[in-house]
Design a binder for this molecule. Structure first.
Ligand code: ATR
Length: 276
């Protein structure tokens, strides 16, 4: 029987996940489909029951349900448990719903695809301490990055993640700006300006080292002001597109057992988003 998958969220119409997964199904001759479903917060519990009854093999969860869905699942993967957020649900062979979080590991894969995996002992500056930042901090720790500093507008939020991880330190944006030259990898994870479309810089990159690696988790636009400023300083830049494609590919692997072709997907989406 044809398998079906979904992404639930509010809003959902701009999600690029359906086009990505359906393209992979077609490319790999898998008899399956993936649909976007608009689910409001009030509908979440009944939507999960509906997805289960109607036989979805799995689904993605996006804003604003990543944390709220947890009580409706039967099991959580260790990383999702630590993060307190789920972006992927798998219906296991015994019919249970298991939650995973592929965002953070997707980011690490994208980073390592771009710059290799030899930077695990280098000082990393994580900028931001919201939901997305939390996921990336835990995933980087799990993947062996051991010199993590988190900077955030509200330092207490950064400190809370550091306390939970049991490693690293939290600093202010001002201190980050002043000590920027000490960091080899810098990851922009704030939503500064995202809602208004007027992207702003959390701090200036004047002191950035020329050889630094600078990543942003935003992929639309591909070149955020943060990445533009980093590129002008001679840094190696990593856009958010690889993270988006790899988080989807890891979900796909959880559902179907094999890893889809991420390179051609990244190239296709890059062309759509105006990159070259
Ligand atoms: P997400 O799920 O995308 O991570 P979030 O949980 O709302 O979104 O987190 C937003 C992050 O962006 C936080 O780190 C926030 O800083 P605070 O903890 O101080 O709120 C950061 N942020 C949002 N707007 C910002 C701005 N204008 N300048 C600097 N940081 C900003």
């Amino acid at each position: 029987m044809k398998k079906w998958f979904a992404v639930i969220g509010d809003p959902i119409e701009h999600s690029k996940s359906p086009a990505m997964h359906n393209a992979w199904f077609e490319e790999m001759s898998i008899d399956a489909t993936y649909i976007p479903i608009h689910v409001s917060s009030e509908q979440l519990e009944s939507a999960v029951a509906g997805l289960k009854t109607l036989g979805a093999s799995g689904w993605n969860v996006t804003i604003p349900h990543k944390t709220a869905i947890i009580p409706y699942l039967d099991e959580l993967d260790e990383l999702a448990q630590k993060m307190g957020a789920v972006n992927t649900v798998v219906r296991t062979t015994n019919g249970k719903l298991k939650g995973f979080n592929t965002d953070g590991v997707g980011f690490v894969r994208s980073l390592e695809e771009a710059v290799g995996s030899s930077h695990k002992d280098k000082p990393v500056l994580l900028v931001g301490a919201g939901g997305a930042a939390r996921g990336i901090a835990f995933a980087m720790q799990q993947q062996g990055y051991n010199d993590l500093t988190i900077t955030n507008r509200t330092v207490a939020n950064a400190q809370a993640i550091v306390d939970e991880m049991g490693i690293g330190r939290a600093i202010s944006l001002k201190e980050a700006e002043e000590t920027l030259a000490e960091f080899s990898i810098i990851v922009q994870m704030t939503s500064a300006g995202l809602a208004t479309g007027n992207f702003s810089m959390p701090f200036s990159l004047n002191r950035l080292e020329k050889g630094a690696i600078v990543a942003d988790i935003v992929y639309n636009p591909l070149m955020t002001p943060f990445l533009q400023a980093a590129e002008e300083k001679g840094a190696t830049i990593v856009t958010g597109l690889g993270m988006f494609v790899h988080q989807g590919a890891i979900s796909f692997e959880h559902w179907l057992g094999n890893y889809p072709n991420t390179n051609s997907m990244i190239a296709q989406l890059k062309a759509q988003l105006g990159g070259n």
